[in-house]
Design a binder for this molecule. Structure first.
Ligand code: FUB
Length: 472
């Protein structure tokens, strides 16, 4: 991206966003061309509501999709980004917050700009490539972090940049023959062949020729004759290599090119996603998951959202019969749910289809909990398969104040009440206890709303929950 005129971003404080949610949904729908009307119960896009996220990089592993994102700071008026975030889902609508297993501080040599990266798996390890500013040179460089789990913790694999030429936005593709390629660049487009260790490379960075045949024609900028701007995403499907990228500036749209091999020659194929959505950048990520194809992107759709306060969203799509990608529009509904969520096993409270007013935080047990809960805040969990019915609900809770109530509602935040669980004061925000209450009328597959009520101020934290099935 070339940064256009800076503009200040409204909102962005936690309190501001919390207050804004219910009314603010209408705002969100106003900036995103919507496929359906402003019905909060159906709004599941953007994916995350309690922090701003950007630059999606999905990874499918072991039956889940892991989503690696950047993190725009609240109220940001530049790409003020200090850490990266990880989310995961088994069904594309209920997303678990895994927090931030990687930040600028992980790279002792980095000073700023935790920008767009991608994580890949090889040999049971997870390698996360990202652009950051090298303190010593003042230039953007590509670093690599490694972990034994998709959710980290990640550590700096090298203690220095993997490669540095002042350009950004790494993407990694591993071909069928095992050769891995690192692509990156703005304003140029580069690749280098990674060695099998994924943290070193052979040969030097090679510049991919940015021809108009390969990357389309840009008008009005003699320095940048092609549409290629940044944010490459490379993959292979049915023997064809795809390079999806952020095109033109600004505002960007998403375009793609294809090639018979991983290094080209590339042929421009057109638009994937037109300019939409209240952010002057966009950023692609594409995966197949459980038999469907998904396109991840970002926009400025949340209250307070804009070019520096972005949010990651997802759409399901189908390739055309000839392998071309259809034009995909932003929606506020997002992808359909794949399967259902089982309420009879422990579910982390930070597994959320839509959250209103809440935040998440590291919990004392090493996981995460949902906190900063005010009266009226809620969590939507979509497609909960109650089957023949639930008899009770148990939650792990803590309260450093007077506690409150977890209301269990179906269909909407004010929908049918099927249970109420009182939460006492536990004497501390990380002093946990379990509460259980009876449930009646929760049958079939329902959107469950955990609605939190009580007095003023923060009420309690919730770590996990589980229903007990009615005896048959
Ligand atoms: O998020 C910072 C930068 O904005 C990314 O590196 C670019 O791809 C653009 O999305």
């Amino acid at each position: 991206m070339t940064i256009p005129l800076r503009r200040s971003s409204a909102g962005g404080t936690r309190l501001g966003r919390a207050l804004a949610w219910t009314l603010g949904l209408l705002l969100a729908f106003a900036v995103v061309p919507a496929a359906v009307g402003p019905t909060p119960a159906r709004a599941d896009n953007p994916i995350v509501q309690h922090v701003y996220t950007a630059d999606p990089a999905p990874l499918v592993h072991d039956g889940r999709v892991y989503l690696y994102t950047g993190h725009d700071e609240d109220g940001s008026t530049y790409f003020t980004m200090k850490d990266w975030r990880v989310w995961s889902s088994a069904d594309m609508v209920n997303w678990t917050d895994h927090g931030s297993p990687l930040g600028l501080a992980t790279f002792g040599w980095a000073s700023a700009d935790a920008w767009a990266g991608q994580a890949v798996e090889r040999g049971g390890r997870f390698y996360w490539y990202m652009p950051v500013k090298n303190r010593a040179t003042g230039r953007m460089a590509i670093g690599v972090a490694v972990a034994d789990s998709p959710t980290g913790p990640f550590r700096d694999a090298l203690g220095h940049p993997l490669v540095e030429n002042g350009e950004i936005d790494p993407t990694v593709f591993i071909d069928d023959d095992g050769q891995a390629y690192l692509y990156w660049g703005n304003p140029n487009l580069w690749y280098v062949k990674l060695n099998a260790d994924m943290t070193s490379y052979s040969g030097g960075p090679t510049r991919i020729p940015l021809t108009t045949a390969g990357f389309g024609t840009r008008t009005g900028d003699p320095n940048r004759p092609t549409l290629y701007e940044e944010g490459p995403w490379v993959y292979k499907r049915n023997g064809l290599y795809y390079l999806v990228f952020a095109a033109k500036c600004c505002s960007e749209f998403i375009a793609y090119s294809t090639a018979p091999g991983p290094t080209g020659p590339w042929t421009y194929r057109g638009t994937v996603m037109p300019t939409q959505g209240g952010s002057f950048t966009n950023h692609p990520g594409i995966v197949d998951f459980k038999g469907n194809s998904y396109f991840f992107y970002h926009n400025g759709a949340l209250p307070g959202g804009g070019g520096f306060t972005r949010s990651v969203a997802v759409e399901r799509f189908s390739y055309n019969a000839d392998g071309t990608i259809p034009t995909i529009g932003m929606t506020n509904t997002g992808a359909p749910q794949v399967g259902t969520l089982d309420p009879y096993v422990r579910q982390e409270a930070e597994t959320i289809a839509w959250g209103s007013g809440i935040e998440t935080e590291p919990a004392g047990d090493g996981g995460r909990d949902v906190g900063w809960i005010d009266n009226g805040d809620y969590i939507k969990v979509k497609g909960v398969a109650f089957g023949a019915g639930a008899s009770s609900f148990t939650a792990r809770v803590a309260s450093g104040s007077g506690g409150g109530t977890v209301e269990l509602r179906l269909g909407s935040p004010n929908g049918t009440l099927v249970g109420r669980c009182g939460v006492p004061s536990t004497g501390g925000w990380q002093t946990w206890t379990s509460v259980t209450c009876p449930v009646g009328g929760a049958t079939g597959t329902q959107d469950l709303y955990l609605r939190f009520t009580g007095g003023s101020g923060y009420l309690f934290n919730i770590d996990w929950w589980r229903f007990t099935p009615a005896a048959s």
